[in-house]
Design a protein around this ligand. Structure first.
Ligand code: SLL
Length: 172
């Protein structure tokens, strides 16, 4: 099997999270009243469907991805979450922000090593008060402000890919 020297091919992705305040009534009737937010962390294609308010995800990225692992904070049960088919996402509830480790494993025999990066889970719509200090608004204000979004655009770069993998990527 031969590598195609000098060739670089990228695939655009987005990764990040949305978060919403859990309404008080729902919180009080849940088993975990300390959990203030519901959030979703995801890896998707960077292409959004027209007229959709979902960020990205319109293109298939599963043909070159075997697994996406999200490593949550140790306060979560089974913090290592392996997702083997799209959508590559985890939805949870909680009370705090933390770094999520994201690892993408590519399909078997493609010759590409897994990549690892981090996303800071964002729950709060930080606002700036009159004095220029950043503040984290109270839950009722945050609830009215609507969902928080924190997304990063990036490109997965494959250098000197195997000819077979290059063919697969360009065929899609
Ligand atoms: C903080 N450094 O102190 C962060 C840690 C951890 C958030 C945040 C756990 C939920 C559960 C949860 O929300 N952890 O107990 O299932 O802000």
């Amino acid at each position: 099997r031969v590598r195609v020297r000098g060739v670089t091919i990228h695939r655009p992705i987005i990764y990040g999270n949305t978060a919403e305040v859990i309404p008080l009534e729902e919180r009080q009737s849940s088993s975990n009243t300390a959990h203030t937010h519901r959030w979703t962390v995801a890896v998707r294609s960077a292409v959004s469907a027209p007229d959709s308010d979902i960020v990205g995800g319109a293109d298939d990225i599963s043909y070159f991805i075997k697994r996406v692992s999200f490593k949550l904070h140790d306060t979560y049960p089974n913090p290592n979450r392996n997702i083997d088919k799209p959508p590559y996402e985890v939805t949870e509830t909680g009370w705090g922000e933390f770094e999520i480790q994201i690892r993408i494993v590519f399909i078997s025999d493609c010759g590409e090593k897994p990549i690892t990066f981090y996303h800071h889970l964002k729950l709060h719509p930080w606002t700036v008060d009159g004095s220029g200090e950043a503040e984290n608004p109270p839950p009722e204000v945050a609830l009215k402000a609507g969902p928080v979004h924190s997304w990063q655009y990036d490109e997965i770069v494959f250098n000197d890919p195997f000819q077979s993998f290059l063919n697969l990527l360009t065929a899609h």
